[in-house]
Ligand binder design. Structure first.
Ligand code: AP5
Length: 221
């Protein structure tokens, strides 16, 4: 079973006279987590808590896309049309975002949390390939929450969030997109022996405790 995350890094050092070049291969133990779940399942909330507690870098693909929209770029206008209707952004666009993120991680990075990526089976396949390219791996943790609770949470957030997709019609569509396009990735990770489902119906603290238990297991492996 895939339970750890190790990255191999190469450091290149020149001798003081600049004549010789030495390269060192060293292992960096990382804690990398893929946090998956339906809209409103608590991915963002739990990612922030994990980032704070374990010193991890948090990548929310939703935040990256909203930043592009806020920039007012042509691409942002295109993304806005998709997100505000509750549809996914094309896989090839997301591939570039993740590749760039992994390539530019700082050397001393303790680990990463991918919040909202992957969301389709092709994205999951691409991620496996990308993680391999950067000598990394990651635990997949899936937050399972009842549909009524998802809707309740997002309607409540919609009162203050200002998010164009936090209204009942779009929430329902986002949940349908999740069932059709994202849920199948559970099977993909199950086949890889790297799948941990969590009951996300509980309080924020209780859900966090469950995630911590999985991380402890992974660290002891
Ligand atoms: P994204 O921003 O990721 O939105 P989402 O997946 O719909 O998730 P949310 O942010 O709505 O919910 P969450 O699970 O993070 O829950 P949160 O912690 O915020 O993506 C937006 C859009 O971008 C997508 O629809 C798509 O168009 C596009 N996109 C993004 N990634 C993509 C990709 N990889 N490929 C293609 N397109 C992509 O919590 C929600 C609320 O509940 C909060 O108010 C919170 O305080 C509350 N809450 C959380 N946990 C609990 C709890 N345990 N008990 C009570 N309340 C709780």
């Amino acid at each position: 079973m895939l339970l750890g995350a190790t990255r191999f890094c190469v450091e290149v050092v020149r001798s003081p006279d600049g004549q010789k070049v030495f390269s060192f291969l060293f292992k960096v133990k990382m804690l990398n987590i893929i946090l998956c779940g339906a809209p409103g399942s608590g991915k963002g909330t739990q990612s922030q808590l994990l980032a704070d507690k374990f010193g991890l870098q948090h990548l929310s693909t939703g935040d990256v896309l909203r930043a592009e929209i806020a920039s007012g770029s042509k691409l942002g206008v295109h993304i806005d049309a998709l997100i505000s209707r509750g549809n996914l952004v094309p896989d090839d666009m997301m591939y570039g975002v993740i590749d760039n993120y992994l390539r530019t991680l700082p050397k001393d990075c303790k680990g990463i949390i991918l919040d909202g990526y992957p969301r389709t089976v092709p994205q999951a396949e691409s991620l496996t390939e990308l993680l391999r390219k950067y000598n990394m791996d990651a635990l997949m943790i899936d937050l399972m929450v009842d549909e009524q609770l998802l809707i309740q949470r997002l309607i409540e957030r919609g009162k203050v969030s200002g998010r164009a997709d936090d209204n009942l019609n779009t929430i329902r569509h986002r949940i349908a997109v999740y069932h059709n396009q994202t849920e199948p990735i559970a099977n993909y990770y199950l086949h890889q022996g790297n799948y941990f489902a969590i009951n996300g119906n509980h309080t924020v603290d209780e859900v966090f405790l469950q995630i911590e238990r999985i991380i402890k297991l992974a660290k002891n492996q």
